[in-house]
Design a protein around this ligand. Sequence first.
Ligand SMILES: Cc1cc2nc3c(=O)[nH]c(=O)nc-3n(C[C@H](O)[C@H](O)[C@H](O)COP(=O)(O)OP(=O)(O)OC[C@H]3O[C@@H](n4cnc5c(N)ncnc54)[C@H](O)[C@@H]3O)c2cc1C
Length: 465
Amino acid sequence: MVKNIGLFWLKDDFRLKKNSALTEATQKHNQVVVFYLYKKKKFENQESQKWWVGKSLEEFKKQLHTYNINLEIVKVDSYKSFFERLFKRKNFSIYWNKTYEPDYLKFDKYLSENFKSNGIKFNIMKGNLLNEINEVKKGDGTPFKVFTPYWRTAEKFYIEKIPQQEKKISKCKKRTSFFENTMHEKEIYPKKKWFKKFEKYWEPSEEKALKELKNFIKERIENYSEARNFPNLIGTSKLSPYIKHGQIHVETIWQECAKIKKKNINKYLTEIGWREFNHSLINFFPHMIKGNYSKKFDKFPWEKNHKFLTAWKKGLTGFPIVDAGMRELYFTGWMHNRVRMIVGSFLVKHLLINWIEGEKHFKNCLLDYSKANNVSGWQWVAGSGADAAPYFRIFNPILQGEKFDKEGEYVKKWVKELKNVPKKFIHKPWELKDEKILKLGSDYPSPIVIHEKARIKALEAFKKI
Ligand SMILES: Cc1cc2nc3c(=O)[nH]c(=O)nc-3n(C[C@H](O)[C@H](O)[C@H](O)COP(=O)(O)OP(=O)(O)OC[C@H]3O[C@@H](n4cnc5c(N)ncnc54)[C@H](O)[C@@H]3O)c2cc1C
């Protein structure tokens, strides 16, 4: 045991299981303090995240207390100024897990140099991915740009080095404090009370994440390949916010899946693979975080249309499946993957609005917002990404609705104005023409664009690049 205090820098790692850096700290030190840096600017335009993070801090604090560990939240203007002050204190060693985003990995280098030159012991450990970013490359050492060969390599690589034994977190001798001017997690919650609705749908804790995984494996994984496409069903795992905030490690998901012999497990793990791939992409091609991966899209003739953008955000486009998705997002902080593709395609192709606007709105609303998955998801939809859907493949929101929400159950759940509309018209209520059931234009908007015309316009715009 080392005599000084062990510090653990908590970021997106709200878990005790498979938390390498926290485990290491508790095994080396009798006293450990966990600290979270709250940088207000980081959460600007990420309202939903504030709710999940606030809740997670509240819950994790309780969990850590049972191990005699304090969790302290420190308000900072910049990480750099905080650490500059920390370098001057010598009575600690520090541990943290990697966050696989270019800024964080670059900052890790800065911290390593400075902790080293100040004689402070530190340890940076593997974060929430199956493989380290640099481990998975093509034979010639260059990064993959296409998912299928990436995953073939990445999957094999991970299988070969699955950790056999898991180290467990140890109980500390007694609780101690380290930082001054700490803040309460309640200060983090968004000012708007709209987030209260989330409490009906989510419970941000490690315990809940593990329970959800077990239920999913027991009850739903077998039908995942088919059911995952239908937004009226709970066909997917709904683990994304827990994965994003590290309430569960993807290795745990892998290992729990590997224990059972059910078909369709591979399909599920392939989706986890997409997350790995997206992290690889943003780190090897960081320019795609702020703009198009494919440079030819820099010349795309996007249109600025505030009215259309607002209608899209509010779920008032007049296209039921699009509006249902946008309202699901608003009320629950989550949206079904199939519908994310539909609403995304509608924004960039029917409305010709730059995907960056959609990315920004999702960032503000999604509880699972992840830099890697969101920019890659949007660029996949827009056609500007690495392994993307071609721009000319334009989702027809009416047919998508009729195919994946045949009975209109999903639409009726979120767009209450349409609850009496017969099945035949649920995805094209403008054809109903029965004012006793629906007054188009007052009960529910007329479609803001005509599908066929919008499609032709989008294809013409695409020809320009
Ligand atoms: C425009 C757009 C934006 C998106 N933004 C995000 C985002 O900010 N954060 C996010 O986690 N996912 C994002 N996705 C991917 C996907 O929609 C969600 O991961 C998925 O809907 C989460 O639900 P689930 O946990 O039930 O998924 P499941 O189907 O149960 O999949 C399990 C896990 O695999 C990962 N995963 C699943 N599908 C994908 C995918 N297509 N790409 C990458 N990883 C995937 C997620 O971590 C997910 O939790 C986006 C997709 C699109 C089209």
